[in-house]
Design a protein around this ligand. Structure first.
Ligand code: ASP
Length: 290
């Protein structure tokens, strides 16, 4: 039977020293939520969604509650999910006033013939699925928004998860408030299959950092192509991150899982809290740097 595995990240970039312990606690709790599902024989899709929901509900991370704000002080969130089997995927972009964008993304995959719904259309769909009205803006984010200069910057704290279940199926999920002070309407990499999130029958990957870099290089699709050609998750994540055409003020990170249930993580331009568990391991691992 394939060894189940889960790996989650809490976003790359600059992390304040004061937040490190809480960030590691948050990613561990998320990995643990996914691990429980996989250990009970649950699906990789259920596991990545549970892990991402745990992170969306933690205001420390830039996804769901506590999402970064755009130039107008509004919260427009992006999220997507993907199953390796059948390359099924769904996403939402620039969605407002829902608690868990990743769960709306899952419904787009499961209940529509589309891959990506945007803005008011995404919100109308969410309401038709009975996702309640919810304000994800926290006092801390509002304060940070007030203090920041007028240049879009990556906000550490995007979240993502990749998992493999006992049936050997892969899934990936990624969720974010996007970059701080982004233009209203800006779409990042997280909801776009192949840019910020991707899964195939050979593996899965989730990205974080300046999303424009991931869209220009199709970072997670590249990782999955490398996994299909036999590269390890570690080598594939490193290759994708080194290929990012980054400036010194940008950051980029990727997590990946391969068909031997090995984990891989790579980051440039900052730290990336991540946590993992592979069936048979003595305990859950967590780190700021790969
Ligand atoms: N990748 C996300 C975006 O560009 C942001 C991040 O990961 O920090 O929207």
């Amino acid at each position: 039977m394939p060894r189940y595995a889960i790996l989650v990240h809490g976003g790359c970039g600059h992390w304040d020293r004061a937040d490190v312990a809480a960030a590691l606690k948050g990613v561990r709790a998320a990995a643990q939520a996914g691990r429980r599902i996989l250990a009970d024989g649950g699906s990789a899709l259920d596991a990545v969604c549970a892990a991402v929901v745990a992170l969306e509900d933690n205001p420390l991370f830039n996804a769901g509650t506590g999402s970064a704000l755009n130039r107008d002080g509004d919260c427009e969130m992006d999220a997507s999910v993907m199953c390796g089997e059948g390359l099924r995927c769904g996403g939402v972009t620039a969605i407002r006033r829902v608690r868990n964008p990743v769960l709306v993304a899952r419904r787009v995959m499961e209940e529509t013939s589309h891959v990506l719904l945007a803005a008011d259309g995404a919100l109308a769909f969410a309401r038709s699925c009975e996702f309640a009205d919810y304000d994800p803006i926290t006092v801390a984010r509002r304060e940070r928004h007030r203090k920041l200069a007028l240049a879009a910057c990556a906000s550490a704290g995007t979240v993502g998860a990749v998992a493999r279940d006992t049936a050997g199926r892969f899934a990936a999920a990624t969720s974010t408030g996007g970059v701080t002070l982004k233009m209203p309407g800006r779409v990042g990499d997280s909801p776009i299959a192949g840019a910020g999130n991707y899964a195939t029958k050979y593996g899965a990957a989730s990205a974080t950092g300046n999303g424009e870099l991931m869209m220009r290089t199709l970072a997670t699709k590249s990782v999955c192509d490398l996994l299909a050609s036999g590269k390890t998750a570690r080598a594939a994540a490193r290759a994708a991150v080194s290929a990012l055409p980054m400036t010194s003020s940008q950051s980029g990170g990727v997590i990946a899982l391969d068909a031997a249930s090995r984990i891989g993580a790579a980051v440039r331009g900052g730290a990336m809290p991540h946590a993992w568990f592979v069936a048979g391991d003595a305990r859950l691992g967590a780190r700021m740097q790969p």
